[in-house]
Design a binder for this molecule. Structure first.
Ligand code: HEM
Length: 439
């Protein structure tokens, strides 16, 4: 069997760490793909060998849950101490994963989605109107973050936070993530030390999350799910398990959607024809976006295709990691259950054998029919994103309000993507001006 290629400058003990950017690992992994091809390996310190998969053809077999299982890679291992029993971080075989999954599922049912819709609509309207009154240009990355956090706390938990409380949470979260990213100084330092301590700032984060859980309304879908004691769905969650799930929901439930909306606005500012087509679709409803019912949002097919295309080009969760359940071959290379297989969506979503002109922003491609199997911005199988429907609904609704209310003006901003480890445009600025026809 041929040797698996690896990045240049491999050094004893450290492995390939020097070839990877600690601040933007997903992007540096993707840069190597150009030279190393559809599959290559990375070895870093004591971590298992990681096979990087960059093509749709090689990714496809790995999407099969029967032969592959989720593993937490370096980023999740660093974040897991924030919520050790949190849905995102537990093993599929761990009973607590099934318990938390079954408890939370009703919070993403159709009935729950209707509640989110009703709660989100006025919040989005209020934020979007305010954007137009701010000194221009505005920092879209910050404002989408604040909006998305307001939405998950109010619509998900029924908790009304002040702007200051929201800003404090977002600051604490980033401070915490930055501390866990000690790899910025020495990549994968925790692997050398063999420790994964609970970092400073965690106490402040937990206090905030407990405040949201305790001040929320039992009627809101996520609060209701965490407090549910129906024996049909197993044992009630302990306080600690409930807080862990809330940590995951509050972080995964806003950071990703905020990044998606910010990337979409970046693309729309560069493609005014797409923005106009979405406005025409909205005009056809004959109503203000704030008056649309839950069911109407599914009819906004072009707006939805803008979100789909945004997540193709900018998968905010840029990869997920799997391990083989038994020895396997991938691209002619032997894979053992000890290896990690990194499905690199930044490359797979732009595979030219699947997507024509893959770097071009073209929402139209999602109108033709279902996307290819390897379009996986929300992961796959049993461990796919539980919040997918909520995220898509929220993104479409936010864009509907924004495009109805404002014109988008560019500022000369050049795309610079930061990784937390989810992706978002760093300090994206745009000018928004109220549209005469908006009311
Ligand atoms: C555009 C927005 C979003 C994207 C792109 C996204 C992406 C993903 C991906 C790729 C995974 C799988 C990770 C893996 O296999 O390791 C995942 C899992 C998860 N997501 Fe999302 N997500 C988004 C929004 C949300 C929202 C709004 C929530 C909650 C309110 C949420 C909660 C979760 C949870 C709890 C998991 C773990 C599920 C499990 O392992 O059982 N996500 N997400």
């Amino acid at each position: 069997m041929p040797a698996v290629p690896h990045p240049p400058w491999r050094v004893p003990l450290v492995g390939d760490a020097l070839s990877l950017s600690a601040r933007t690992p997903a992007q540096s992994i993707t840069e190597h793909a150009a030279a190393l091809g559809d599959i290559y390996e990375v070895r870093v310190l004591r971590y298992p060998r990681m096979l990087i998969v960059n093509s749709a053809a090689l990714a496809e077999p790995v999407l099969d849950d029967r032969n592959w299982t989720k593993v937490n890679g370096p980023a999740f291992r660093r974040l897991a101490p924030m919520a050790p029993t949190g849905l995102l971080f537990t093993d599929t075989e761990d009973a607590v994963w099934r318990l938390a999954h079954d408890r939370l599922q009703p919070a993403f049912s159709r009935a729950a989605m209707r509640r989110y819709h009703a709660a989100m609509n006025p919040v989005i309207a209020e934020h979007i109107r305010r954007w137009g009154a701010l000194p221009q240009p505005i920092n879209v990355s910050d404002l989408t973050q604040d909006l998305a956090y307001d939405l998950i706390t109010r619509a998900g938990f029924g908790a009304e936070l002040t702007r200051e409380q929201r800003a404090e949470f977002v600051d604490t979260m980033f401070a915490l993530i930055r501390t866990t990213n000690r790899g910025k100084v020495i990549p994968f330092l925790d692997a050398v030390l063999g420790v994964n301590p609970v970092p400073p700032h965690a106490q402040a984060l937990w206090r905030h999350v407990e405040m949201v859980v305790d001040s929320g309304s039992g009627e809101a879908p996520l609060s209701a799910a965490l407090a549910d004691t129906d024996p049909e769905r197993g044992a009630p969650l302990t306080r600690q398990q409930a807080v862990d799930q809330a940590v995951v929901m509050l972080i995964a439930g806003h950071e990703t959607t905020a990044g998606t909306v910010a990337f979409a606005l970046h693309e729309l500012s560069r493609h005014p024809e797409a923005a106009d087509r979405a406005r025409a679709e909205l005009a056809e409803t004959g109503r203000h976006p704030g008056e649309l019912e839950y069911e109407d949002i599914a009819g906004l097919r072009y707006l939805r295709s803008i979100v789909d295309e945004t997540l193709r080009l900018h998968p905010v969760a840029p990869a997920f990691i799997r391990a083989a359940r038994s020895p396997a071959t991938l691209g002619g290379h032997r894979v053992t259950p000890d290896d990690w297989v990194y499905l690199n969506l930044l490359a797979i979503h732009r595979d030219p054998s699947v997507w024509t002109d893959p770097d071009r922003f073209d929402p139209e491609r999602f109108l033709a029919g279902p996307p290819p199997l390897t379009y996986k911005p929300f992961g796959t199988g049993a461990r796919a994103c539980i919040g997918r429907a909520l995220a898509l609904h929220e993104a479409v609704l936010t864009l509907a309000h924004l495009l109805h209310e404002h014109d988008l003006g560019r500022t000369g901003y050049r795309l610079d993507i930061e990784e937390f480890p989810t992706l978002k445009p760093r300090d994206l600025t745009l000018r928004v001006t109220a549209r005469a026809a908006a009311h």
